[in-house]
Design a protein around this ligand. Structure first.
Ligand code: AMP
Length: 413
């Protein structure tokens, strides 16, 4: 039997209903703040990610699904959606619109990672981006919106970690300082960390090796090296979050897996999740648009994993699906009337289902009960018996009286 590829999964109707809640809440919460939905293509030119996400990142180095499109062009299934959105911003001249341009998305991403609970090769991200503003209110607004979304979905055990990465220049200088520090302690570091010293020394803070961790406790911290402007920006973001009553933990070692971040970065984790505890995170990426050949343009945004939010929202119960009417047929000669009645009911705005499995009348009534239909119309020669499933009452009607009776929510049956 052919099965879904490793690390992918089917979204069956029950989980589709929970995912719909994510979509509706996102639309509500982000829509209320003026964010509008965007959808970009599933694949993009590989260069967009190698440049935009960063050559040194795990994503670009080993997690991308890259293929030749048959015309000699290298394409990649999107591993994330910020770079595509920045591409779209430039391609559609969105810099001419009122700034910032505020967008949200809910789309699939693809990463060739080792599958485990909460980590898949095709997964969904909901995200928000505000491009064209460097105001600290933008950072704070986005963090608060993500907190509100996690709250609305009932994601449990959330914690927020926050830091600032400064500007590229500060980072370059700090990087040199950190590289020198790591070189001085080279023989106490793991092979992986050592091999990455030049490529991405910040990743040393991520190491789960004890000796490396011991070394890193004395390592210089980027947040102590921020220039006055960045430090001021960060202080304002924090003040806004404090005013909003958001609880967070300052973590100067917070490193995000993407190279494009500048200034504010943050991550929400959930204690419900085990090893893959990151629920959603983001940051400011003031250099990204320029990296993609655009004019200097500030930007900030976040992405949250739909599956991880749902895993941690253990109490979420999607609203019950309502069936207003189930049309049953008592005799074969009622089938055409039944079909027409179901169709008319749907056109009148009702949720109506028709018997399709050739069940006996008893079986049909049982089925109507199982799908929790409010009414059952039993079509018999020329007339209809309409049964109110809640009260059990039944009344004979002409076919054309059935829909008005249901629309009135007829209690006089
Ligand atoms: P990132 O773009 O790596 O910052 O990821 C943002 C969010 O997407 C994470 O916090 C996770 O919730 C989710 N995520 C990232 N990678 C995966 C994956 N392989 N499977 C499921 N969710 C993921």
């Amino acid at each position: 039997m052919i099965q879904a590829p490793r690390g992918t999964f089917d979204i069956l109707p029950e989980s589709a209903a929970r995912r719909k809640v994510v979509e509706e809440q996102t639309e509500k919460i982000l829509g209320a703040a003026g964010y509008r939905r965007i959808e970009t293509p599933t694949f993009e030119a590989t260069e967009l990610f190698s440049r935009g996400v960063g050559q040194a990142t795990d994503i670009v180095q080993k997690e991308m699904y890259t293929f030749d499109d048959g015309g000699g062009r290298s394409q990649t299934l999107r591993p994330e959606i910020t770079a595509p959105i920045c591409r779209a911003y430039l391609e559609h001249g969105m810099h001419k619109l009122a700034q910032p341009v505020k967008l949200w998305y809910l789309s699939s991403c693809f990463r060739a990672e080792a599958p485990q609970r909460g980590r898949y090769r095709q997964f969904w991200q909901v995200g928000a981006e505000a491009i064209g503003s460097d105001a600290p209110e933008t950072d704070a607004e986005l963090i608060v919106l993500l907190a509100d979304l996690l709250d609305a979905l009932g994601v449990k055990g959330t914690r927020l970690r926050l830091s600032s990465l400064g500007t590229p220049q500060t980072r370059a200088e700090y990087r040199e300082e950190l590289t020198a520090f790591l070189r001085a302690h080279e023989d106490e570091l793991t092979d992986t960390v050592r091999s990455r010293i030049d490529l991405n020394p910040l990743r040393a803070f991520d190491s789960d090796d004890r000796r490396t961790q011991a070394v890193m406790r004395d390592a210089p911290l980027l947040t102590d090296r921020l220039n006055d402007e960045d430090a001021g920006h960060f202080a304002q973001v924090r003040a806004l979050l404090d005013d909003a009553g958001l609880v967070y933990e300052l973590d100067p070692t917070l490193v995000r897996g993407l190279d494009y971040y500048t200034r504010t970065v943050w991550e929400f984790t959930s204690d419900e999740l085990g090893a893959q505890s990151g629920v959603g995170g983001g940051g400011r990426y003031d250099g990204l648009i320029e990296l993609l050949d655009g004019p200097p343009t500030p930007g900030v945004g976040w992405a949250a994993g739909v599956e991880r939010m749902l895993l941690a929202a253990t109490d979420m119960v999607p609203p019950a699906e309502l069936v207003d009417l189930f049309v049953a047929t008592a005799k074969p000669d009622g089938r055409r009337t039944a079909f027409e009645l179901a169709r008319d009911a749907r056109r009148a705005g009702l949720q109506a289902q028709l018997e399709l499995a050739g069940r006996s009348l008893k079986g049909q009534l049982k089925h109507a009960d199982r799908i929790r239909a409010r009414f059952v119309a039993i079509v018999e020669n020329g007339h209809v018996a309409l049964k109110d499933m809640a009260s059990g009452e039944q009344r004979e009607l002409n076919a054309r009286e059935v829909i008005p009776a249901i629309v009135r929510g007829d209690r006089s049956l």
